[in-house]
Design a protein around this ligand. Structure first.
Ligand code: PNS
Length: 168
């Protein structure tokens, strides 16, 4: 049986922290569906198509070519319905610290209540603990160098479409 998980998120835009979690999830599961979803608490800077495109172009060669990791937008859907649709038994999320944990746990319980899906939390790498999409957007909007936090394709996108900094 294929063990498939979903790595969900806003990915607005993808950072090295997200890519670390996706790579680690791919070592635990046979297949990873990276689901670009809508977070009602965030208004968004890049549209869903751009987020998918940036994710696809940011995946390391080893992941992009295996076919075991795919990136799909499910903008209007509940995460549990995405899991059902793609046949995933687990959600994988990175947790940078206590703030992420207290934000993620109620969602994990709600998703388990709705459908029985399990959430697996990966301890975020300390290397990326201070990196969030919103901080990257804010720093980039001021013209500062964000090459330590995001792939080159994302740097380019940030330099040509400097969306307003919103929480992420
Ligand atoms: O990267 P984020 O913004 O922390 O990811 C949050 C996200 C998009 C995974 C969450 O908002 C989500 O699951 N949205 C889809 C709608 C949904 O299922 N809402 C109920 C969550 S219990």
């Amino acid at each position: 049986m294929t063990r498939r998980c979903v790595c969900p998120g806003s990915f607005d835009p993808v950072t090295f922290g997200h890519l670390d979690v996706i790579a680690r999830a791919s070592r635990l599961f046979d297949e990873v569906v990276v689901a670009v979803l809508h977070n009602p608490a965030k208004s968004g800077a890049f549209d869903a198509g751009d987020r998918v495109d940036l994710l696809q172009r940011s995946l390391p060669e080893g992941l992009a070519t295996t076919g075991r990791v795919r990136v799909v937008a499910f903008e209007e859907m509940l995460l549990v319905d995405v899991c059902r649709e793609v046949g995933a038994t687990a959600v994988v999320k990175g947790v940078r610290g206590p703030t992420d944990y207290s934000y993620e746990v109620p969602m994990a319980h709600m998703n388990a209540h709705l459908s029985g899906v399990e959430t697996v939390f990966l301890a975020g790498s300390p290397r990326w603990g201070h990196v969030s999409s919103s901080l990257v957007r804010e720093v980039a909007a001021h013209g500062a160098d964000v090459s330590a936090f995001v792939p080159e394709v994302v740097q380019d996108a940030l330099s040509t479409s400097p969306g307003p900094a919103r929480p992420s």
